[in-house]
Design a protein around this ligand. Structure first.
Ligand code: PLP
Length: 249
């Protein structure tokens, strides 16, 4: 029977799997001539219960940098928020929304998310920004780009992305920290890599634009269990990992 403190996956197993993911990231970074510390691992916790998430945070905590957690649905973020509130307040945890945000869930997202990685329209950005301004706070956001063009994927198209990113960066109440994408669903490594390279090129254009609020927008959230090496090779600064840590869903 699983212990109530550790959920379904024992903490020693979580620690071993997180270490293995970090080793994959570090190997990929060194192979690309990058500093491994320039890539953070976000734990994608969808469908995991609060006890498992808490155990994963304990396993991942390095005593220094906040553990990044990502949820796809606002409801799940809200459900786990009470268990995480103390860790968020202590700066040990950041909660990122990595799934599509509907505008009628903006208030609930703002109550719990440290960062919304999935801004894909000016209307959504404006809704977030106006509430943040009213509350006298600043929310970290990323613009989600659909680099693969797959119709099932959310995100703004690559051609519109630089313009949207600059518009979002200019909004008071928001701080644009970078761009996010989900890689092409393909076994063709060259195709997947080309999508990640595209996101990096868009990021470089946005930062080079000199538009207000874009200078710090350097994060590239890209790469998951199956393609994180390709993403790190193309400049990922955050990889989002679920399966490699929590097992198949
Ligand atoms: C589930 C999910 C991940 C993690 O995917 P794995 O393949 O399980 O590592 C990353 N990003 C997003 C947006 C997800 O929904």
């Amino acid at each position: 029977m699983p212990s109530p403190l550790t959920g379904n996956v024992p903490i020693v197993a979580l620690r071993a799997r997180i270490d293995a993911v970090r080793a994959r990231v570090a190997d990929a970074a060194r192979a690309a001539g990058r500093d491994p510390r320039g890539v953070r691992v976000l734990l994608a916790t969808k469908t995991q219960d609060a006890a498992t998430v808490l155990a994963a945070v304990e396993a991942a905590w390095d005593g220094e940098r906040p553990v990044l957690l990502g949820e796809n649905r606002v409801q799940e973020l809200t459900a786990k928020a009470p268990a995480l509130a103390g860790l968020v307040a202590d700066g040990r945890v950041e909660t990122h929304l990595i799934g599509h945000l509907q505008r009628n869930k903006v208030n609930a997202a703002l109550a719990t998310a440290s960062c919304v990685q999935t801004v894909d329209s000016l209307a959504l950005a404006a809704a977030l920004a106006s509430r943040c301004e009213r509350d006298g706070r600043v929310l970290d956001v990323m613009v989600q780009v659909n680099v693969s063009g797959e119709p099932t994927k959310a995100g703004v198209g690559p051609h519109e992305a630089p313009h949207l990113a600059c518009e979002v960066a200019a909004l008071a109440g928001l701080r644009l920290t970078g761009l996010m994408t989900i890689g092409a669903r393909s076994d063709d490594a060259a195709l997947v890599s080309a999508g990640f390279a595209r996101l990096r090129a868009i990021r470089d254009d946005v930062v080079a634009s000199g538009a207000p609020g874009t200078a710090q927008a350097r994060e590239l959230s890209m790469g998951m269990t199956g393609d994180l090496e390709l993403a790190v090779a193309q400049g990922a600064t955050i990889v989002r990992v679920g399966t490699a840590v929590f097992g198949p869903r």
